[in-house]
Design a protein around this ligand. Structure first.
Ligand code: NAD
Length: 322
């Protein structure tokens, strides 16, 4: 039986990943500052550790008997949607770089077989609408739009440097915006699909929902089950020193996203522009590299939203009537 350690297993994607690894027969250790918020962890064991501490990273990877884990998935990060990324860049850069330095070094020294790092399409520069897709190599010359993206780019390089120095197999994925049930939906760290779903759930039929900026920014969203399958496909691949974008090819404006959520909810909702941290103007990325592994997304945006929205509506209802 293979052993996998999932760092960040108390978070959105990490908790779904732990479930998928269990379903594939792995023995799974979850590590995080906190347990998953919405349902019990699928991991066989769960360690509450602060990975900003080097000793915690070593403890996270120390298995009984001293063997190295076969696979380590590093998803722990100080993380949030665009509002949080703009408000908390010092904490993000400080905390996440410590986590990434500690975990990758502990893994390399331990002799871990395969190491996965969750990067982001925030490593890319802003794009104009209608620009042809950027491939992974187009992250250089580097000009990320925010400090979160700079930290990710540095952490990618740090992971590959450890691959070279220690001979560890490293896989790096650049995630597009991920959405689905059991992700953060309130509190300031939520991302656009969850935030807009919450607002639609809170708004009566015929009402208005606020969007940041003019709503014409172009975005791409990937359903969490598809992303998890992409992570596993990349980890099993032979893509040494080759980061891979994981996302769909379905691009929508923020207004279109809101309209799709309203449609799923069966409500007539108008968008009201308000000032806010909009982020980049446009996105368009090649997914040819990850698709060469045979992976394909299965969920169109509308199908994924049809799974996200009822979950958020239930959270909103439960919060109203605790
Ligand atoms: P999340 O916030 O739900 O999960 C991150 C987890 O890391 C949290 O549970 C948090 O408690 C944990 N963590 C933070 N600091 C820690 C510390 N010091 N020690 C131990 N654990 C700590 O975020 P997510 O959406 O599941 O994202 C997972 C990874 O994927 C992150 O690295 C994120 O940057 C990356 N990513 C996510 C998206 C997305 O759309 N969700 C997009 C691009 C990249």
């Amino acid at each position: 039986m293979k052993t996998a350690v999932v760092c960040g297993a108390g978070g959105f994607i990490g908790s779904h990943l732990a479930r998928a690894l269990k379903a594939r027969g792995y023995r799974v250790r979850g590590v995080d500052l906190k347990k998953p918020e919405f349902s019990p962890t699928a991991a066989d064991e769960f360690l509450l550790l602060d990975l900003r501490e080097r000793a915690s990273a070593e403890a996270a990877l120390a298995l009984p008997g001293g063997a190295a884990p076969d696979e380590v998935y590093q998803l722990a990060a100080d993380m949030g949607g665009m509002g949080y990324i703009h408000a908390a860049s010092a904490d993000i850069m400080h905390d996440s770089v410590l986590i990434n330095a500690n975990v990758v070094r502990a893994a390399a020294e331990k002799g871990v077989g395969r190491y996965f790092f969750s990067s982001s399409v925030c490593v890319y520069r802003d794009m104009a609408r209608g620009e042809p897709p950027l491939s992974e190599d187009d992250a250089y010359p580097a000009r990320p739009d925010n400090d979160y993206g700079w930290e990710k780019l540095y952490a990618e390089r740090m992971a590959f440097a450890h691959a070279r120095a220690f001979g560890m197999k490293v896989r790096v994925a650049r995630f597009q915006n991920c959405y689905g049930p059991e992700g953060t939906w309130r509190g300031g760290r939520e991302k656009a699909p969850a935030a807009l779903s919450r607002k639609v759930a809170e708004t009566p039929d015929g009402g208005e929902v606020e969007i940041w900026g003019d709503g014409n920014a172009v975005r791409n969203f990937i359903y969490v089950d598809d992303l998890v399958e992409g992570i596993l496909a990349l980890m099993a691949s032979d893509l040494d020193f080759k980061p891979a974008n994981i996302g769909t090819q379905e691009y929508v404006t923020v207004r279109e996203l809101l309209a799709a959520i309203a449609d799923v909810a069966g409500k007539r909702i108008a968008a009201k522009s308000v000032p806010g941290p909009v982020g980049v103007a446009s996105r368009n990325f090649s997914t040819a590299r990850i698709e060469n592994t045979g992976w394909r997304p299965r969920f169109a945006l509308r199908d994924g939203l049809a799974r996200l929205y009822p979950w958020i509506a239930a959270q909103v209802a439960a919060a109203r009537n605790p």
